[in-house]
Design a protein around this ligand. Structure first.
Ligand SMILES: O=C(O)CCC(=O)C(=O)O
Length: 274
């Protein structure tokens, strides 16, 4: 559901490509961005492998969080009914897409060392897939359990790693994401094996935590939004990476704005693949 294969290619004519990012390898880009062999602890790596998700509590500090929330609010006001047009829209949710190009505050997300290290562990040779926003609206937001990939994938062949950036506290009431721990290793997708993917799963867990938490999850893990029973939207950003030989949800080369490109380091451009 989060993985939208149909892409609308549009460009403002500012996309540029130089050789600087092209001469890097992922290994050198990750090193330049501060990812080392110990960026994830052994315990974190083991939990990501086994459960399929990993909490990074407090990754986004208070000031940065407020700046992200404020920019999201500005974008929602500015884009109105067009919001989310680049990346798919959903019933019961407010969406924004292409955040890479919609605020300097978002440009540091996809090079966060622990997020990169985790995504690299899951998919290997990676690039950014998309950076989007989803708010479960009051009374709505429940999704079927799904993987962000259309079919079963055996362990070791993972194509996508996602991360949820909590812009609000995720609570049992406000539509927190649910996951089925370990399901990324089952080589099955919910639609093929569950009678009713919208129903509660006996093993599901809610991703609960304070705003500013980032939860990295293997996107082959069965997951989905839940219904927001409060009267305020539950806001979260999803930063997804795909294997470098897979099409991106949003073609970053086609969308990148010159001002963004110019600010990014060669290593960040490599991760975005622009
Ligand atoms: O916003 C959420 O809680 C999950 C969203 C999701 O999994 C999706 O849209 O595919």
């Amino acid at each position: 559901m989060g993985h939208v294969r149909s892409q609308r290619h549009e460009t403002d004519g500012s996309a540029r490509m130089t050789t600087s990012a092209r001469t890097l390898t992922l290994r050198s880009a990750l090193a330049q961005l501060g990812v080392t062999g110990t960026t994830l602890t052994d315990d974190q790596a083991a939990r990501l492998d086994s459960d399929g998700y990993l909490f990074l509590v407090g990754l986004v500090g208070a000031e940065r969080l407020v700046a992200m929330q404020d920019r999201i609010a500005e974008l929602q006001a500015a884009e109105g009914a067009a919001a989310g047009h680049e990346g798919g829209r959903q019933q019961g949710a407010a969406m924004l897409a292409d955040l890479v190009n919609k605020g300097e505050i978002f440009e540091s997300t996809f090079t966060e060392p622990p997020v990169l290290a985790a995504a690299h562990r899951v998919v290997g040779d990676l690039r950014v897939n998309s950076l989007n926003f989803r708010a479960a609206l009051p009374g709505e937001g429940h999704q079927p359990l799904h993987a962000d990939w259309g079919g079963p994938v055996p362990e070791g062949g993972f194509r996508i790693c996602n991360s949820m950036w909590l812009l609000d506290d995720f609570t049992p009431e406000n539509g927190a994401t649910r996951v089925v721990p370990g399901s990324h290793r089952w080589d099955r997708v919910p639609a093929d094996v569950l009678d009713d993917p919208t129903a509660a799963h006996p093993d599901e867990q809610l991703l609960l935590g304070p705003a500013g938490t980032v939860v990295i999850f293997n996107a082959h893990l069965w997951h989905g939004g839940t219904r927001n029973t409060t009267d305020t939207p539950r806001r979260g950003m999803t930063l997804s990476y795909c294997r470098r030989d897979e099409p991106q949800q949003l073609d970053q080369q086609a969308y990148v704005r010159k001002s963004v490109y110019d600010r990014l380091s060669p290593a960040a451009r490599f991760v975005l693949d622009v």
